[in-house]
Design a protein around this ligand. Structure first.
Ligand code: AMP
Ligand code: GLY
Length: 430
């Protein structure tokens, strides 16, 4: 069977790498892909937002399964368009994808489904939002309703900061149409974790817990990024809590969406905060997290194609998802300046030695994100460039191995956090 992976990040490199292990797969196509997917698959120059182009590609290459990495094509209706052509797709329909595409939709679904989440109100008019903010007082969280590349959330410590966020989103329209509506919600505090489940519309099969590191710099300081590293499992959400946590944040959503006639098929990602009153859902994503996907797929012991087909065909069982007992960690190497503006085109060194040569380390895989192949060189082409991922018996061991590998690859001005995994090590003691 031919499989088409849509997207161009580290997540998509990891997806191609894992799908390649399956005996059911003949060819993997990546659209548009990156320097890493070029090593596992055939890159095709079709953008991830070109729905007509992706459909034409899937038909021309007789693709038997389309795996959608990022959220934007799902929100734009790629899964629906593929369904209309009878092409199996891993990823939810546009209606269900609103869980990520509209924060107001997600909050309303959570409220209706009884999922614990911060108290909130939705606003279409800046004056009404300002009055609510003045009445509630700080701290508060202001969220642009639509997709804003991870930048549409302001955790405001003061009323003035919250009011400034309203001006920015609703008056100056910094996020365009995505900020025409906002959610204002109660600020929660606690440690965060990501909890992902494969879903077939009715049933779910859990992946182990993971933890992202959204801030650019060590100690969770600096601007928010797409994620500077991740590891799995996250000791803040231990295995003995998986079942009850899924009944709290996965099952009610599946039930609600199935009852509304739009069953959720794909990966449902709950962004959780463990507050003193128990776990609360901060957000849903409708796809694998990036970089959470990289350590999660390093740990996955089952055939990913089988799981994805079972999701598409509504016959998923929990035992289809088997996971290695080891811990996995991914450290992101970013371009200087990221998440602000950054240079591109720097040559990346050390990749071949780590993959196949003298420096090859056991249990290590370098996933590429913002890279491309130019002549015979792999050069940077994005902000998050590499995700150096390692397995270990403990988190501390995985961390040591990952940073040993990090020391062997790089490019001019590259930066990374040295404290990926430290919260988990502090909590678990190993
Ligand atoms: P979101 O895109 O909704 O996950 O928000 C991005 C980040 O903002 C989260 O990972 C949290 O760190 C923070 N955040 C979102 N909602 C809240 C909240 N209600 N209270 C405190 N922090 C929040
Ligand atoms: N790493 C967080 C996300 O993918 O949204």
């Amino acid at each position: 069977m031919n499989v088409l992976v849509v997207g161009a990040g580290g997540r998509e490199h990891a997806l191609c790498w894992k799908l390649n292990e399956s005996e059911r797969v003949d060819r993997i196509l990546a659209a548009p892909g990156n320097g890493g997917t070029a090593r596992e698959a055939e890159n095709v120059a079709v953008r991830d937002d070109d729905i007509d182009g992706l459909i034409a590609l899937a038909k021309a290459e007789q693709v038997g399964l389309v795996v959608v990495g990022p959220e934007a094509p799902l929100v734009a209706g790629l899964a629906d368009a593929l369904a209309a052509e009878g092409i199996p797709c891993f990823g939810p329909c546009a209606y269900a994808a609103q869980l990520e595409g509209s924060k107001a939709f997600a909050k309303d679904v959570m409220r209706a489904a009884g999922v614990p989440t911060a108290a909130y109100q939705v606003f279409d008019e800046p004056e009404a939002a300002r009055a609510y903010i003045r009445q509630k007082g700080a701290p508060l969280v202001v969220k642009a309703d639509g997709l804003a590349a991870g930048k549409g959330v302001v955790v405001a410590k003061t009323v003035d900061e919250a009011l400034a966020a309203i001006d920015d989103m609703m008056v100056r329209k910094s996020f365009g149409a995505a900020g025409a509506r906002v959610v204002v919600e109660e600020a929660l505090s606690g440690e965060e974790a990501s909890f992902l489940a494969f879903c077939d519309g009715e049933h779910y099969a859990l992946l182990p817990s993971a933890q992202d590191h959204k801030a650019a710099y060590e100690g969770d300081t600096g601007p928010n990024t797409g994620g500077m590293g991740a590891y799995s499992p996250a000791p803040v959400l231990p295995q003995e809590k998986y079942a009850e946590t899924a009944e709290l944040c996965i099952r009610p959503i599946l039930r609600h969406l199935a009852a509304s006639g739009h069953p959720f098929k794909g990966v449902l990602y709950a962004g959780l905060m463990f507050t003193k009153d128990g776990p609360m859902v901060l957000e849903y994503n409708v796809r694998f997290g990036d970089p959470e996907c990289q350590p999660l797929l390093m740990r996955l012991d089952s055939d990913l194609v089988e799981i994805m087909f079972a999701c598409a065909e509504g016959r998923l069982t929990p035992d289809m998802v088997q996971v290695k007992p080891e811990t996995a960690i991914c450290v992101v190497l970013a371009a200087p300046g990221y998440p602000g503006s950054y240079p591109k085109g720097m040559e990346i060194s050390g990749l071949d030695a780590i993959e196949t040569g003298a420096d090859k380390l056991p249990g290590v895989k370098v996933f590429q994100a913002g890279t491309k192949v130019e002549a015979d060189r792999t050069v940077t082409s994005g902000g998050r460039v590499l995700g150096v991922t390692a397995l270990g018996a403990t988190l501390a061991e995985a961390k040591a191995r990952a940073y040993e590998a990090v020391a062997k690859v790089g490019f001019e001005g590259c930066y990374f956090r040295r404290d990926i995994g430290d919260k988990g090590i502090a909590r678990s003691g190993q």
